[in-house]
Design a protein around this ligand. Structure first.
Ligand code: GTP
Ligand code: MG
Length: 443
């Protein structure tokens, strides 16, 4: 399948159904009470990360997503049905940006992480709801709200623990195939790999994900070969394996070191931080070398001088592959996967299409920490409360604080890394985070 790692989609939540204005009509009941039901909620458009996808290619053919509208309320106390929610699967590692402002909205890292791309509108209330002892026959009802409409830029940065880099034909894909469950295309010509491959190395405890990307050549930063854009897929790795072909220059260490430097300097052009990432030099095709011991000692000394580890293997013959596997596994144990910069901390619960209007209150809170150090709280009820409350009235400030406490927003923000003074936004309301230590002391 074609590899696509960047595109823009549009998502519209469904419209809420209108509330109904109606009065009960029965034979011996001339003045029946109001019985207009509420409109149903519009459906949401939700992005959900899955390990079953490795590209955004599915979005190439369809970019506009509209969730279902809520049904209108009816007489006889009938509430309208909620609209259909659309759940769009995206690969793990998809970062969601607002396409207009470029603002980071979510980073869907783990399998099952979700982001509400566009929320459906609320249904209007029917006249039955407005009846009270003073107003027995309300002759009005509400219309449904429109759903959100948003343009979102999706960018994929694959999630992997280990990244394989090197010149074309060095044997990166062969190494991936030797250590993991992947079966990438391998052939004796450069640029066999045209898009990233992921492979999983299963250990008894956990699993390590490796990413193999197309080879880099001199001038890749000027877009020669396949360019540097695939490097974004190893940006989230913690260890790089720099694969070298030991048969280059008939086993001449100068040639091999030169090839190493070429790839290194291209990576540096892309991101100096990437060039500083922990890296093991892996000399491959050991089976082709005549004076292997000599070459190995020579190269080891050179890499050690650079402060790098060096290993020799033969992906084809399987020589020393277990040692490489050990190295990779022990590294990823010692350096567990960190949270990425923009991350969801608590996920929403997904409720199937047959949802109740009360569903909103059951949604869990999502906290997104953004690269600029600010935080965003996503939760329908709190967002709408933040809009409704007039914060110039102190009573409302304390009501809102109680709501935040009820949902344990403070704890979640702290878990997400918020410190005193961090900017936080809820819906369209911005404030600075100050954990309420004072209140607690008073308790
Ligand atoms: N003799 C020998 N050949 C190898 C070894 N490892 C890989 N090869 C061969 O080298 C060629 C290139 O291998 P690939 O794994 O496709 O190389 P790559 O680095 O993924 O290349 P690109 O995808 O083009 O960047 C293939 O013909 C492999 O069979 C090895 O250990 N020994
Ligand atoms: Mg390859």
């Amino acid at each position: 399948m074609k590899f696509v790692d960047e595109l823009t989609i549009s998502a519209s939540g469904g419209r809420g159904g209108n509330g109904c204005m109606s009065f009960r009509r029965e034979k011996f009941l001339p003045n029946g009470g109001p019985d207009g039901g509420n409109g149903g909620r519009g459906g949401d458009v939700i992005l959900r990360a899955t390990t079953n996808l490795q590209t955004l290619a599915d979005f190439e053919h369809r970019r506009r997503f509209v969730a279902g509208n809520g049904d209108h309320g009816q007489g006889n106390d009938k509430n309208g049905k909620s609209g259909r929610t659309l759940i769009l699967p995206v690969p793990c590692g998809t970062i969601v940006y607002d396409a207009e402002t470029g603002e980071g909205l979510a980073d869907l890292v783990e399998d099952g992480d979700i982001f509400i791309a566009a929320m459906g509108g609320r249904g209007g209330r029917g006249n039955r709801v407005f009846a009270s002892s003073l107003r027995r026959a309300p002759r009005f009802s509400e219309k449904g709200e429109l759903g959100d409409e948003r343009a979102l830029k999706l960018e994929l940065r694959l999630i992997a623990d280990i990244g394989l880099v090197g010149l074309p034909n060095a044997g990166k894909s062969s190494i991936l195939a030797a250590v993991s469950n992947a079966a990438p295309k391998i052939a004796d010509y450069p640029f066999t790999t045209l898009s990233p491959n992921l492979g999983v190395l299963f250990t008894d405890m956990d699993s390590v994900i490796l990413a193999d990307i197309p080879g880099l050549i001199e001038g890749a930063s000027e877009d020669k070969g396949l360019g540097l854009s695939f490097l974004r897929h190893i940006e989230r790795t913690r260890l790089l394996l720099h694969v070298l072909d030991l048969s280059s220059g008939e086993g001449n260490p100068d040639v091999i070191m030169n090839e190493f430097r070429v790839v290194r300097s291209e990576m540096e052009q892309y991101d100096p931080e990437l060039a500083g990432r922990p890296c093991v030099a892996v000399g491959n095709k050991a089976d082709l070398c005549d004076s292997l011991a000599e070459l190995e000692a020579d190269l080891r000394a050179r890499f050690e001088a650079e402060g790098m580890e060096f290993l020799i293997v033969s992906a084809l013959a399987g020589d020393n592959i277990p040692a490489l596997v050990d190295r990779v596994v022990s590294f990823s144990r010692e350096h567990p996967r960190p949270h990425s910069e923009i991350r969801l901390y608590a996920n929403c619960e997904i409720v199937s299409e047959a949802e109740t209007p009360r569903r909103r209150s059951r949604r869990q809170i999502q906290i997104i920490s953004l690269p600029d150090g600010s935080f965003r709280v996503l939760h329908p009820q709190m967002e709408s409360a933040a809009e409704r409350y007039d914060f110039s009235q102190p009573e409302n400030v304390s009501r809102f604080t109680r709501l935040l406490r009820k949902y344990r927003v403070e704890e979640l923000l702290q878990a997400a890394g918020a410190v005193a003074g961090s900017p936080v936004s809820i819906g369209r309301v911005d404030f600075d985070f100050y954990p309420d230590e004072y209140d607690r002391r008073a308790d």
